[in-house]
Design a protein around this ligand. Structure first.
Ligand code: 5AD
Length: 347
C-alpha cells in the first residue's frame, strides 16, 4: 500500500504503524508529520491546553530501573510539600488563569487517602480548576474516594506494552495490573492519561507499535509519548538516550491513530532537543505541561537530569507562553482542557 493511502486510513494495524515508524527518508517523514498536523487541526483545533504540574513529593517506594526518584537513589534530597504549600501553589496557578493542575509525586504512601482527599476537596471548593492526580498505583478504594472528593483525571503511564520488558524495569509491578488500574480508573469516571517511554534498552519498533495500539484499545483521554533520558544514579545511567526523531514519529502516528486524544509536548523531549516542544506541537501534540513546582523543590524532582522547563519562573509566564504559541500559529486555551472524547459525546 502507498504511504498516502495509509496516512488517510481511519484505522491502522500493527504492520502499518511499524511501516510509518520506520520511515526514514526526509520526504516521506515530512508527509507523515504534515498529515498528523492536519489531523490535529481537524480533531483538536489550534488551541494548546496548559496543565500546570506540581511535583509535591519525590519520595518513592519503587525502584524502577530508569527513574532518578527510585528508592535506591541515595544521592537526592527527598522532600514533601505540606498540604498548605500545595494549596498555595494551586492558588498561584489559578491566579495566572490556568484551569488544570496535575498533582504529581513518587509512590509515596505518606500522602494517605485522607491527606490527598483534603487537598483535592480544598482546591475544588476554592478554585475553578480541573485536578489530575499522578501518584502511581494506589488502592482502588482510594481512587474512588478521591473521585468523590472532586478529582477529575488520573495520569499513569503504562510505560511499555511489552510485558517482559515491563517486568524487567519495574521490580514489584507488572503490566497486567497496570492495565487493570487504567481500566478501573476509567470505569469510575476519571479522564485517564497513559503513554510510554521511547528508546528504553531492549525496546523494539514493534513494542512501540504495541504501545500505540494499547492506547487505542484503552480509549484513553490523553496519551504521552516521551523519550527515555538516562538518569545518573540509576542502573540505566550509561544507556543511550531515546531518539527525538522516533519520538516525533510516534507522536505523529499517535495523532493519526488516536484522533481526538490529547497529546502533550513533553518536558522530556524539550530536554533532549532545545526545540523539541515546538517540534512536537507541529506534528500532532496539543498540550503543554509547565512546571509550577516551587523553585526550592524543583531540582530535586529529578526523574532525569537537566529538565528543560518551559519557563523558569512560571508566575510571570502567561504572556511568554502565549508568545511561543502565537509564533507557532496556535493559541493558549482558557478552558480546563477536558477530554475531547466527552465533548464529542455531547454533540
Ligand atoms: N526518562 C524519561 N522519562 C522518565 N520517567 C521516569 N524516568 C524517566 C527517564 N529516565 C517518566 C515515566 C513516569 C513519569 C513520572 O516520568 O514515564 O511515568
Amino acid at each position: 500500500m502507498k504511504l498516502d493511502e495509509i496516512l488517510h486510513k481511519t484505522d491502522l494495524n500493527k504492520e502499518e504503524i511499524v511501516y510509518l515508524l520506520e520511515l526514514s527518508d526526509f520526504r516521506n517523514t515530512r508527509k507523515l508529520f504534515e498529515r498528523a498536523d492536519e489531523v490535529r487541526k481537524f480533531y483538536c483545533g489550534d488551541e494548546v491546553h496548559l496543565r500546570a504540574i506540581v511535583d509535591f513529593s519525590n519520595y518513592c517506594e519503587n525502584d524502577c530501573l530508569y527513574c532518578g526518584l527510585r528508592r535506591s537513589n541515595n544521592n537526592i534530597q527527598r522532600y514533601r510539600m505540606s498540604p498548605d504549600e500545595i494549596i498555595e501553589t494551586a492558588k498561584t496557578i489559578s491566579n495566572v488563569g490556568i484551569r488544570s493542575i496535575v498533582l504529581q509525586s513518587g509512590d509515596d504512601k505518606n500522602f494517605d487517602v485522607d491527606k490527598i482527599a483534603y487537598i483535592i476537596y480544598f482546591i475544588k471548593q476554592n478554585f475553578d480548576i480541573a485536578i489530575t492526580l499522578s501518584l502511581g498505583e494506589r488502592d482502588f478504594e482510594e481512587y474512588k474516594i478521591w473521585k468523590y472528593a472532586g478529582a477529575d483525571r488520573y495520569l499513569i503511564k503504562h510505560e511499555t506494552a511489552n510485558a517482559k520488558l515491563y517486568s524487567v524495569l519495574h521490580e514489584k509491578q507488572n503490566l497486567k495490573e497496570r492495565i487493570e488500574h487504567l481500566e478501573f480508573l476509567k470505569s469510575i469516571g476519571y479522564e485517564v492519561g497513559s503513554g510510554n517511554l521511547i528508546g528504553l534498552p531492549q525496546q523494539t519498533i514493534e513494542d512501540i507499535a504495541e504501545d500505540l495500539l494499547l492506547c487505542k484499545k484503552l480509549d484513553i483521554d490523553m496519551a504521552s509519548f516521551s523519550p527515555f533520558v538516562p538518569s545518573p544514579n540509576t542502573p540505566y545511567r550509561n544507556k543511550n538516550v531515546g531518539s527525538v526523531e522516533l519520538t516525533l514519529k510516534t507522536i505523529a502516528v499517535g495523532r493519526i491513530l488516536l484522533k481526538n486524544t490529547h497529546i502533550p509536548a513533553t518536558t522530556a523531549i524539550a530536554t533532549i532537543d532545545s526545540l523539541g516542544r515546538e517540534k512536537a506541537l507541529r506534528v500532532g501534540a496539543n498540550v503543554v505541561m509547565p512546571d509550577f513546582t516551587p523553585k526550592n523543590y524543583r531540582d530535586n524532582y529529578c526523574l532525569y537530569p537537566h529538565k528543560r522547563l518551559l519557563v523558569d519562573d512560571p508566575i510571570n509566564s502567561a504572556s511568554f507562553i502565549q508568545h511561543i504559541m502565537n509564533s507557532l500559529g496556535r493559541r493558549v486555551s482558557n478552558s480546563r482542557g477536558d477530554s475531547l472524547k466527552k465533548q464529542s459525546h455531547l454533540i
